[in-house]
Design a binder for this molecule. Sequence first.
Ligand SMILES: C[S@@+](CC[C@H](N)C(=O)[O-])C[C@H]1O[C@@H](n2cnc3c(N)ncnc32)[C@H](O)[C@@H]1O
Length: 332
Amino acid sequence: MSYRDFVNRLRSLKMLKTNAENFHQPVLLDETLRLLQPRAGEIFVDATLGLGGHAEAILESAENITVFGIDRDAEAIGHAEKRLAKYGERVKIIHTNFSEIKEVLAEAKVENVSGILADLGVSSLQFDSAERGFSFRFDAPLDMRMNAEPETETAAELLENSSEEEIADIIYKYGEERLSRRIARRIVWKREIGEPIKTTKELAETVEKAIGRGSAKDKIHPATRTFQALRIAVNQELEILEDFIRDSIDVLKKDGRLAIITFHSLEDRIVKHTFQKLAGKCFCPPRIPKCVCGAEKIIEILTRKPVIAGDAETLENPRARSAKLRACLKIN
Ligand SMILES: C[S@@+](CC[C@H](N)C(=O)[O-])C[C@H]1O[C@@H](n2cnc3c(N)ncnc32)[C@H](O)[C@@H]1O
């Protein structure tokens, strides 16, 4: 029996919790605290507050810690506010994009931040809410916005308003899907015959019709990569990441720490390379006489390899399986 079959078997026997029951379980919690090293009286930023699990653990880890919690999702903010209400003035919750971290801290006149955490991607709350349209496990309007403001484009609108080439590029780049052109062709064909894709089920079926079910060995649904790609595009998840890391280092005090948890290789690559650049690695092409990429050493990388979850955690919380944690220390 494979490891995955074993876990599914335990789950079917109700010996393990399901995803929904894992709703609030923060991933790599002990490892994150070990790297952030919270101490009494310090100020932290949780840039992806979600349901407040990591924030609560930081607040509990030493006396009198203050946490600024940021999230772009109003529903998540509501849950976190309730969960963290008992900490009173020690918690400040801000509904915004973490790309605004500098403005948030400037407005609060805070200059001595000791640690920043970003636990990227979607929360279980978002993924398991049928009506948010993140998952093909439920039939719902194809939305996928983390910040469900009327002015932001839904995934259905993105598919309606983009050219075939643009759709193919999104699915290829953000989903690492080899068969992106076939999928884009079918999506646009549906539009042309007057049946634009409006729901998660329609998208999942369209992808399956375009590229087939895959072989029995394929462990994931054929639409998984397309869904990931659209989510990343709708929420512009990758565009802001490098700037966010640079801004975080700017606002940290000397010896402050930044920890980032990612859930797919595209994000992890950006974190790894940005950390390397800030740690002084030169990315100029070979044979250039003088460095022009602006490499300067302002951080020390604390995780030579990404920290990943152990068997016990992945068994308890399947979301942890793809989590990678990297951290660094500001030295200048
Ligand atoms: C994986 S969850 C965080 C879970 C949290 N650590 C906990 O313990 O409950 C990620 C959260 O980050 C938020 N998020 C993702 N990108 C964001 C961004 N650019 N700015 C602010 N929040 C963001 C999502 O809305 C989601 O609530």
